[in-house]
Write a protein that binds this ligand. Structure first.
Ligand code: SAM
Length: 281
């Protein structure tokens, strides 16, 4: 009999992925963890019944949430990743000549299992001498750290379980406090077609806390419902304003491989359709 994984993210619509082989199934202190193989998607990571990433499409999400803020900033030396225990974001960040990349994930089991079973997603990122792994709550880390960062990337789960606090105004305010001058925060904000309230909430909080903020979009095949939204905010930088020539010259001066991201995609990602603009009056 064929087994199917049925995602439980949205109450009335869901995707099903065929389970060709279960690689790991268990529960950590924080969440249910499932890793399975699917013929089309490769290995799939699921936390609390929600697809986090797959070998086949991880690059859409990881490239956009890392390279857009880093290349848009233009002179990034230090990056904080909150969440991101699969290591895919860390791998993309380390493609840049950063001096330091700190990854704080609450769940050491996710990191351990992804390093063991999903090495194609993190590559050798955790072994890079510039990378520092902290196992702990991102909310506590951001509140307590004395480090400062050019870019803070919130690579969180959806706002259920331990990830809920990463969508709060208190957390975003703490992130603002650890940004260097010109620093940028970038967040994952779900798929607006199904998760509009997440975007509305982040928009309101960013508008209250930061001088500038907005969203950019990318389609991520296994996050169903059309474009995914990524939030950004900064007191000094306008991430949406970097023109394509500037981006091309930054990418020429430091070349790295991508499968989705490029200068043209970067610029076009800031073009928001009317139904998304309507969520951020
Ligand atoms: N790309 C994914 C998505 O959008 O579905 C997110 C990937 S990553 C696996 C999410 C990580 O956030 C998980 O490893 C989880 O343990 C971590 N996480 C959840 N709540 C957290 C918190 N409060 N502090 C730090 N990490 C947290």
């Amino acid at each position: 009999m064929t087994d199917w994984f049925r995602e439980t993210l949205h109450p009335s619509v869901g995707q099903s992925l065929r389970i060709d082989r279960i690689v790991y199934e268990g529960r950590s202190r924080y969440q249910d963890i499932l890793i399975f193989e699917n013929d089309r998607l490769g290995r799939v990571l699921v936390l609390d019944g929600i697809v986090q990433t797959t070998e086949a499409d991880e690059f859409y999400y990881h490239e956009m949430l890392s390279h857009v803020p880093i290349v848009g900033h233009g002179a990034v030396k230090s990056v904080l990743i909150v969440g991101g225990g699969d290591g895919g974001m860390l791998e993309e960040v380390l493609k840049h000549p950063v001096e330091r990349a700190v990854l704080v994930d609450i769940d050491g089991e996710v990191v351990r299992l992804c390093r063991e079973h999903l090495p194609s997603i993190c590559g050798g990122a955790f072994e890079d001498p510039r990378a520092k792994l902290v196992i702990g709550d991102g909310v506590d880390f951001v509140r307590e750290t004395e480090l400062r960062f050019d870019v803070v990337i919130v690579d969180s789960t959806d706002p259920v379980g331990p990830g809920r606090a990463l969508f709060d105004e208190f957390f975003h305010a703490s992130c603002r406090g650890i940004l260097d001058a010109g620093g940028v925060i970038a967040t994952q904000n779900g798929v607006p077609f199904f998760q509009g309230p997440e975007l509305v909430q982040t928009h309101r909080q960013f508008s209250r806390l930061f001088e500038r903020s907005g969203f950019f979009l990318a389609p991520v095949p296994t996050y169903v419902g059309g474009h995914m939204a990524f939030g950004w905010a900064s007191d000094r930088a306008d991430l949406s304003a970097t023109d394509v020539e500037t981006l091309r010259s930054r990418l020429d001066s430091h070349r790295f491989d991508t499968r989705y991201y490029n200068a043209e995609v970067h610029v076009s990602a800031f073009a928001l359709p009317e139904c998304t603009r309507a969520l951020m009056p």
